[in-house]
Design a protein around this ligand. Structure first.
Ligand code: NAD
Length: 425
C-alpha cells in the first residue's frame, strides 16, 4: 500500500485549506443517503465542495439535506467542526439519473449488496460525461468484481471512508489492475481537498482497516460466549487506546455492515475467521445498531455504562460456553493478538509497505491513541519473544492464534517490527 503522502505522521501532513484541490471547483454526487452517504456529503460541504445526494427513499435524501443545512446553520449540530452558513447552498438533492451523473465524481454508498451496487453503477454509467469518475464506498466487496459491470473500469475505484466520516480523516483508495493512474490521482486530490488522508492500496479482502478490525471484533464475541464481562472487555479496549469499546463500535458500523464484511473475510480466510452465531441472532432480531435505533446497546448512554438490555443478555446467555472470569490482561491478549497477527500478514503480503503506515492508518481511520497508538507500537513495546510466549496457551482456541512467520522471525532475531535490534535498545 502506498500512502499518498508518505510521511508516517500522516495526521500532520494534511493541507490546511482545500483551495488547491482538483475537485474544489468540481461537483460530487452521492448515491445513498444513509449513515455513510450523509457523512461524506457533510465532509464535502465542510470543504466547500458542491454535492448532490440521492436515495431510493426520497424522504431519507430530503432528511439528509435538511440535516446538513441545519448543521451549517447551528453550532449545536452533530457536525460541530463545520459550521458555515455560507456553505448551505452547496448541498442539494438529485432526483434522477441525469442529475446524479452530472458531476465530476460519483460516490456510491448504498447497502453492502453486490447485485444492488453493480446494478446502480451500470445504470448510471451511460449518463456520465467523459472524464467523470465513479467510486464505491464498499467496505468489503471486491472492487475488481464491481468494476466488471462497467464499460470504463479505468475510471472506477474504491473510496472507503471511515465512520464517523467527519471525525476520521482516512480514506482507503482501492485500485484494481484496470484503474487508471489519472483516476487515482484525481481521487487522491479529492480526498486531500476534504482534508483527509488517502491511503492507496490494491484491491484485497477487507482492504486494510476492516481486515484488521474483523479478527478483533470477532474475538469480542468469542470472549462474550466464553463468559467475559462486557465492562471488562470495554475497559481493556479503551485502556489499549481504542476510542470506544468493541460492542459500541459494532453499533456504530451497523450489524448489517459487520456481517457483510465478516462474510467476505470468512470466504477469503476460512481457516482463521470465526463466523459468529451471536451476530446472526442479533441481525435476525432486527437490532442493527444505531441506524435501527439500537444494537448491542439501546442508547449511547447505555454504551458508556456498558449496559446491555435484557434481551441481548438473553441472546448471549443462551449461547454461552462457560462463565470464565478473565483478567484485563487476558482480555487484552485475546483482543489484540489476532489483530496484530493479521497486521503482520498484511506486511508479509506486501499489502502495506511498513508497520509505521499500518499504525498511521489505525490512528487516522480508527482513532487509536494513547499507549496503543498503533498495533505495531504496542507490539514493539512488548517484544516479539514475549508475544510468542503469550500466544502459546491460546493456540488451543484455534488457528487464529498461530504465530506468523514474520512474528517468529522477529522473535528469533530479537528484533522490533521496524527491524531494530532490541538488544541494542
Ligand atoms: P445505510 O443502510 O445507512 O444507508 C444506505 C442508504 O442507501 C439507505 O438510505 C438506503 O435507502 C439507500 N438505498 C438503498 N437502495 C438504494 C438504491 N437502489 N438507490 C439509492 N439509494 C439506495 O448504509 P451505510 O452504513 O451508510 O453503508 C453504505 C455503504 O458504506 C455500504 O457499502 C457499507 O459497507 C459502506 N460503509 C459503511 C460503514 C459504516 O460504518 N456504516 C463504513 C464504511 C463503509
Amino acid at each position: 500500500m502506498e500512502m499518498h503522502q508518505p510521511k508516517p505522521e500522516i495526521q500532520d501532513s494534511r493541507p490546511s485549506n482545500s483551495s488547491e484541490s482538483l475537485h474544489s471547483q468540481g461537483t460530487v454526487s452521492i448515491i445513498g443517503a444513509g449513515v455513510m452517504g450523509r457523512g461524506i456529503a457533510a465532509a464535502c460541504v465542510r470543504a466547500g465542495i458542491s454535492v448532490r445526494i440521492s436515495d431510493s427513499n426520497f424522504a431519507a435524501a430530503k432528511e439528509a439535506v435538511a440535516q446538513i443545512v441545519t448543521a451549517c446553520d447551528s453550532r449545536a449540530s452533530q457536525y460541530p467542526r463545520f459550521v458555515d452558513p455560507a456553505a448551505r447552498p452547496l448541498i442539494s438533492l438529485a432526483t434522477d439519473d441525469e442529475e446524479i451523473a452530472d458531476a465530476d465524481l460519483i460516490i456510491e454508498a448504498v447497502p453492502e449488496d453486490f447485485a444492488l451496487k453493480t446494478a446502480i453503477l451500470a445504470r448510471i454509467e451511460p449518463h456520465l460525461r467523459s472524464g467523470t469518475i465513479m467510486a464505491s464506498n464498499s467496505s468489503s466487496l471486491s472492487i475488481a468484481q464491481l468494476s466488471a459491470a462497467l464499460q470504463a473500469p479505468g475510471r472506477f475505484c474504491g473510496m472507503h471512508f471511515c465512520h464517523p466520516v467527519i471525525e476520521r480523516p482516512l480514506v482507503e483508495v482501492i485500485h484494481t489492475d484496470l484503474t487508471s493512474r489519472e483516476t487515482l490521482r484525481q481521487v487522491c486530490a479529492f480526498a486531500t481537498s476534504l482534508r483527509m488522508i488517502p491511503a492507496v492500496m490494491r484491491d484485497s479482502p477487507g482492504f486494510l482497516l476492516n481486515r484488521l478490525l474483523v479478527p478483533y471484533l470477532n474475538e469480542t464475541l468469542e470472549l462474550l460466549l466464553d463468559g467475559a464481562d462486557i465492562e471488562e472487555i470495554d475497559r481493556a479496549a479503551t485502556a489499549f487506546g481504542m476510542p470506544q469499546g468493541p460492542l459500541a463500535l459494532f453499533d456504530e458500523f451497523g450489524l448489517d455492515v459487520a456481517i457483510a464484511v465478516g462474510r467476505s473475510l470468512y470466504r477469503a480466510f476460512p481457516e482463521r475467521i470465526v463466523p459468529s452465531e451471536l451476530l446472526i441472532a442479533m441481525y435476525k432480531s432486527g437490532r442493527l445498531g444505531r441506524k435501527s435505533g439500537g444494537g448491542f446497546y439501546q442508547t449511547q448512554c447505555d454504551a458508556s455504562a456498558g449496559r446491555l438490555d435484557p434481551h441481548i443478555m438473553d441472546l448471549i446467555r443462551e449461547r454461552r460456553r462457560g462463565e470464565n472470569s478473565l483478567s484485563e490482561n487476558a482480555i487484552t491478549r485475546r483482543l489484540f493478538l489476532p489483530f496484530l497477527l493479521e497486521a503482520t500478514r498484511t506486511l508479509q503480503e506486501s499489502l502495506v509497505a511498513c508497520p509505521l503506515v499500518v499504525d498511521a492508518v489505525l490512528r487516522s481511520g480508527l482513532g487509536m491513541s494513547g499507549s496503543g497508538s498503533g498495533i505495531f507500537a504496542w507490539a514493539n513495546s512488548i517484544g516479539a519473544r514475549t508475544l510468542v510466549q503469550w500466544l502459546q496457551p491460546l493456540h488451543a482456541l484455534g488457528n487464529r492464534f498461530e504465530p506468523t512467520s514474520l512474528l517468529l522471525d522477529a522473535a528469533r532475531k530479537n528484533r522490533s517490527f521496524s527491524g531494530t535490534d532490541r538488544n541494542a535498545a
